[in-house]
Design a protein around this ligand. Structure first.
Ligand code: GLU
Length: 286
């Protein structure tokens, strides 16, 4: 296994735009420079939003950009059993609980007991009793599995205070170097959604470990998630890779490029007759 393994892990829920090209080229160049491996992983656990034609377009765009990767490409939707197994391990550790709240109820809980920034759910004041839970289950109520930070802290004991990662790039607030992981910044996150039986946090952590990723190179929008990924790694006895978060590309108005805004896609570039080299040059000047 190489000393340097990195990956680009797009979700085929739309076409790639310049921001994705920047990220993919950045990771590819880092792997080349280190004489390491570059892996492409298709993160399509959300089967309601991901589509095969987008996956085909992603592969075509990346080839057009001149990227090459190790085969076979891992497609997450082919491995739901793996994520189920990882979830089971966490359940056996006693760090998961069933959350029967609807999205609206979770939001009103967050408003009632606000912590940190954004949508951070810190879990129920008192866990649901087994009797109560049995009643909800008997009624066939839907639930999501959440990671209990309280229970995780108990399981890890003194290791909790030592959770950390190396940021080799820069976080959105200039974070760099050894970072103390603070899972509480994200609260009791969902590790298995009601509809898809896993979540981004679980699948990504599982696959990074399985594929021996040594360097995670990705946009700063995912920096905060690292606090939870490091905790999952500790609970599942997985190594913590080095993280290198990079800046996000902005449009002319200073807003982040996003699929939903129809940010100019790589397909548009290709079809308008521009070369991949021209695109790479335009990225360098941004
Ligand atoms: N699949 C994620 C996305 O498309 C990226 C995951 C990661 O790099 O950790 O935003």
């Amino acid at each position: 296994m190489s000393d340097f393994v990195t990956r680009f892990a797009p979700s085929p829920s739309g076409l790639l735009h310049k921001g994705h090209a920047y990220s993919a080229l950045y990771a590819f160049a880092a792997a080349q420079k280190a004489g390491g491996c570059f892996i492409l992983r298709i993160e399509d656990i959300d089967t309601t939003r991901c589509r095969a034609p987008f996956e085909r377009a992603i592969i075509e765009d990346l080839h057009w950009l001149g990227l090459r990767w190790e085969e076979p490409v891992r497609r997450q939707s082919d491995h739901f059993d793996d994520y189920k197994c990882a979830l089971k391990k966490l359940e056996n550790l006693g760090v998961l609980y069933r959350c029967f709240l609807t999205r609206r109820e979770v939001l009103s809980e967050i408003v009632r007991a606000p912590h940190g920034v954004g949508e951070v759910y810190q879990g129920p004041d008192t866990p649901m009793s087994q009797n109560e839970e049995a009643k909800w289950l008997a009624r066939g109520e839907a639930y999501a599995w959440r990671l209990s930070l309280r229970a995780a802290r108990d399981v890890l004991g003194p290791r909790w205070a030592q959770l950390q990662f190396i940021e080799d790039g820069t976080g959105p607030n200039g974070e760099h170097g050894k970072i103390h992981a603070q899972p509480q910044r994200l609260g009791d996150v969902v590790l298995a959604r009601k509809d898809i039986g896993t979540s981004y946090h679980l699948a990504v952590t599982h696959d990074d470990a399985l594929q021996g990723i040594t360097h995670i190179i990705r946009g700063q929008d995912l920096f905060e998630s690292t606090h939870i990924h490091v905790l999952i790694q500790a609970l599942l006895d997985m190594p913590t890779p080095t993280y290198r978060h990079h800046r996000l590309l902005l449009d002319e108005t200073g807003k982040r490029l996003a699929k939903r805004d129809f940010a100019s896609t790589l397909q548009d570039f290709r079809q308008s007759g521009q070369s991949a080299v021209a695109l790479q040059e335009s990225l360098r000047s941004l």
